[in-house]
Design a protein around this ligand. Structure first.
Ligand code: BDR
Ligand code: CA
Length: 313
């Protein structure tokens, strides 16, 4: 298991909540969390994150509110049809804690200096915070060990438009900038995340565990499954963000990947947010397969909350 210092950049979000809980239950050194607008606003994502940390018995991890608006244009109101009006399936979480004084980009820049050459960044929302940090310091990639991104649809259709995946679509200009900035990138796109799903059985396991965090996650998961059933006709929700987190920790092995340059179409056309494999450099590692036991590994980690962290039920 990778125990490097890790920064999570997220738009919390139902699957972000699962990814956060997964990371909390691993022996990762989660040194900070920054939020960004995507599934919900950066402010609401930060409130969701603080509440989840409190439920997990881990209130000490700093949470920075990041960028509200994408690089061009304005925040478009999130994805309430997917993630509910509050980002977490309209599950009411207890108010908890206050965000840090620093912004998301400031947190990333500070931690990149404190842990120069060691810090892994797991980005599971739009890439606005990372792009803004690059504006301030183009040498940032040299201080980041690895950037693991959930985003893109390279050889499969998109989930927001025919070709675009949501995280990239929501700030295509930021994605174009980040994917060519020289980070050591592992891209975890829909090509692989759609192969790994949770069902009502997983929601039931969470709901029945008795832990308040699990109950909240199980209720959210039902809502997420409802959405995917409305689109695909199947009661199964992809593990987009948890899979990226599990690849970042090294618990889930990559079984297929290609190194290619990724061209992001950032212009405001119907192709905005499309991620296309291209010749040239810089190349990124695009994951197309993950080990078959990924779902079981993520499930086991999620359910280990009380035992692992000693939170009373
Ligand atoms: C990605 O978009 C968001 O809705 C999810 O949280 C995930 O990060 C999937 O396309
Ligand atoms: Ca997300």
């Amino acid at each position: 298991m990778n125990n490097r210092p890790l920064l999570l950049d997220c738009d919390t979000g139902i699957d972000d909540a699962l990814a956060l809980t997964y990371l909390l239950n691993c022996d990762t050194d989660l040194v900070g969390i920054s939020t960004v607008s995507g599934n919900t606003s950066a402010q609401q994502a930060s409130a969701n994150t603080l509440a989840l940390l409190a439920l997990a018995g881990r209130p000490g991890i700093p949470v920075a509110v990041g960028e509200h608006d994408p690089r061009t244009g304005a925040y478009r109101g999130g994805a309430p049809h997917v993630h509910g009006g509050n980002g977490v399936g309209d599950v009411s979480l207890p108010g908890a804690g206050t965000p840090s004084d620093e912004t998301g980009p400031e947190m990333l820049l500070r931690l990149s200096r404190v842990h120069a050459g060691e810090l892994d960044v797991v980005a599971i929302g739009p890439l606005t915070n990372i792009a803004r940090a690059l504006d301030q310091d183009p040498a940032l990639p040299q201080r980041i060990h690895r950037l693991i991104i959930m985003g893109g649809a390279v050889w499969v259709p998109g989930n927001t438009t025919d070709h675009a995946e949501a995280n990239i679509y929501n700030d295509a200009a930021a994605a174009a900038q980040v994917l060519t900035a020289g980070f050591d990138v592992t891209l975890v796109p829909l090509d692989v995340t759609l192969q790994h799903t949770f069902t009502d059985d997983d929601a039931a396991l969470l709901e029945d565990s008795g832990h308040p965090l699990h109950l909240a996650l199980g209720t959210m998961l039902r809502r997420y499954i409802d959405f995917y059933e409305s689109v695909d006709g199947v009661r199964a929700a992809p593990l987009h963000d948890p899979l990226a987190a599990a690849i970042a920790t090294g618990e889930v092995a990559i079984t297929a990947a290609r190194s290619v340059a990724i061209q992001v179409l950032a212009e405001d056309t119907e192709d905005r947010g499309r991620t296309m494999a291209a010749d040239g450099r810089p190349q990124v590692q695009v994951v197309t397969g993950a080990s078959a036991d990924a779902d079981a590994a993520i499930r086991a980690r999620l359910l280990s909350t009380s035992r692992h962290q000693g939170v009373t039920q």
